[in-house]
Design a protein around this ligand. Structure first.
Ligand SMILES: CC(C)=CCC/C(C)=C/CC/C(C)=C/CC/C(C)=C/[C@@H]1[C@@H](COP(=O)(O)OP(=O)(O)O)[C@]1(C)CC/C=C(\C)CC/C=C(\C)CCC=C(C)C
Length: 482
């Protein structure tokens, strides 16, 4: 391997000065709630064991160096009271009744861990007598359908009872905004163009995604295990049932109350984190596709219902959701291509499909050590050819996403165009680095970022170009022989 020549500073975990994410469970304005079932009670916002001594919940997830208390186990869930919480309820009682009758099962679809029975799904399945696992594409399709169905069932959100004061909720959203600004400044600025309701909804989603990602990618990642992710998922189900655990969860509960955001992509993102815990290699592109959908495409399904589709759009909503999914996949593929060396050396992870490496005559061990020619010291020709193919495919997903951005509500287009344009430039940077993603980190320089923002603004405010026939497609299949 060549000596390290990192052309960009490594991503650092920025310390938060002003925020302590080790929050107590969310403080209701009814500051004293006693559950008949549980051994816990909430007194002035802190979680106390029956004896009254403060107790940490067992799961300590972390968030950029600081720890936060995450999902309490089923047995210790402080919100599980058989008595109704003394909440203020919203007006739409017909919706509430529907929800009260069956908090989850009636309205929530099941998770994606689904097998397809013989004869169902694609024709290739009809021959075998056994059930088979869904492909990555099918998992994504299932979530997209759930999202669209959810939107039809709950066009104005879940209308959950409110258990918090407006001030507390305001504070929750403000904190979500601060975190979003700290991690993703450009994107945060873009959200400032949205209506305040949409902006804070997107921040609440951002924070939930960031926390979920930090479970497997943050400083406490080594302590993470599937059981803890199960507990995080239980906590998700709770917040979708109107029982948020802490202030950030409460912001998300309020968001799903106001917007038709389905639970399915959230479950799927947790599943993506499960994949990260147990799966260091991806055999085929479909396996990788499933991963990309789960950790990034999900973000598209979560945020599109908040950002909204332009009212004058009369085409199929599927097309917009597919574009949102494509942007997630494009971003994640780009992220993977940028980090090949780092993932291999620091985490023994290879995300690019082994089957495709093989088609380019590349061995797994070569990716782990870096592919430099012994004679010239430059990047090996096989790796260059491999990367050209991977970059072309990622660009194709960006192109597929472009089609949908103009159908979003006008106030949401700028942040999305910015995300698209900025992230796509990382691919250009990989090319500029001579495809050396082993010891160089591709990045977009600040001046280029600043130049991209007015460009994105122009794109967001200009009339969409009328497409003359289908766009040029690159082959999504690697050549059988390089
Ligand atoms: C522009 C916009 C409205 C974005 C949504 C904001 C949001 C909620 C982002 C959550 C991102 C997040 C924390 C995801 C967790 C998993 C993860 C880390 C995924 C990677 C993101 C890159 O983040 P970063 O550069 O910080 O990664 P590192 O940690 O540094 O490695 C991902 C690559 C995925 C991001 C995916 C999106 C932003 C999806 C975008 C799709 C839409 C917003 C839908 C747009 C709609 C249409 C119709 C095109």
């Amino acid at each position: 391997m060549q000596p390290a020549n990192h052309s960009a500073p490594r991503k650092e975990h920025r310390p938060f000065q002003s925020l302590d994410l080790r929050d107590p469970p969310f403080r209701s304005h009814h500051s004293h709630i006693e559950s008949s079932h549980s051994t816990w009670r909430i007194v002035q916002g802190s979680l106390l064991a029956r004896g009254g001594s403060p107790r940490r919940t067992p799961m300590q997830a972390s968030f950029s160096g600081r720890s936060l208390d995450a999902a309490p186990g089923q047995d210790e869930a402080c919100w599980r009271s058989s008595a109704p919480l003394p909440c203020r309820h919203r007006q739409r009682s017909h919706r509430r009744r529907q929800h009260d009758a069956a908090p989850c099962s009636a309205t929530l679809t099941t998770g994606p861990r689904i097998t397809v029975a013989p004869g169902e799904g694609d024709p290739s399945n009809r021959r075998g007598g056994k059930q088979r696992q869904m492909t990555g594409k099918e998992v994504e399709e299932h979530a997209m359908r759930s999202t669209i169905e959810w939107g039809k069932l709950h066009p104005s959100g879940l209308q959950l009872p409110t258990c918090w004061s407006p001030e507390a909720l305001e504070d929750a959203y403000r904190r979500c905004g601060t975190i979003t600004a700290d991690y993703a400044k450009t994107f945060y600025l873009g959200t400032k163009l949205m209506t305040p309701e949409k902006a804070r909804g997107v921040w609440a989603i951002y924070v939930w995604c960031r926390r979920t990602d930090e479970l497997v990618d943050g400083p406490n990642a080594s302590r993470m295990n599937p059981r803890e992710l199960d507990r995080w998922e239980e906590r998700l189900e709770e917040l979708f049932a109107g029982r948020p655990y802490d202030i950030y969860d409460a912001a998300l509960t309020a968001t799903i109350s106001d917007f038709p955001v389905s639970i399915q992509p959230f479950r799927d993102m947790i599943d993506g984190m499960r994949m990260d815990l147990v799966k260091p290699r991806y055999e085929t592109f479909d396996e990788l596709y499933e991963y990309c959908y789960k950790v990034a495409g999900t973000v598209g399904l979560m945020t599109t219902p908040v950002m909204g589709i332009e009212p004058s759009y009369t085409g199929p909503v599927e097309a917009v959701h597919k574009a949102a999914l494509a942007l997630g996949t494009a971003n994640q593929l780009t992220n993977i291509l940028r980090d090949v060396g780092e993932d291999a050396v620091e985490r023994n992870r290879i995300y690019v499909p082994l089957e495709e490496l093989d088609q380019f005559g590349i061995r797994e061990s070569e990716v782990l050590t870096g592919m430099f020619s012994r004679t010239t010291g430059h990047i090996d020709d096989r790796w260059q050819a491999f990367m050209k193919f991977q970059i072309a495919r990622a660009r194709q997903y960006f192109a597929d996403a472009e089609a949908g951005v103009d159908h979003l509500d006008a106030d949401a287009r700028w942040p999305v165009w910015s995300a698209l344009i900025l992230y796509r430039q990382i691919l250009d940077s990989i090319e500029k680095n001579g495809y050396n993603n082993f010891t160089k980190r591709a990045y977009v320089p600040k001046w280029k970022k600043y130049l991209s923002l007015p460009m994105a603004f122009g794109r967001a405010t200009s009339k969409p170009a009328v497409k003359q026939g289908p766009s040029k497609q690159v082959s999504m299949q690697p050549p059988s022989t390089p």
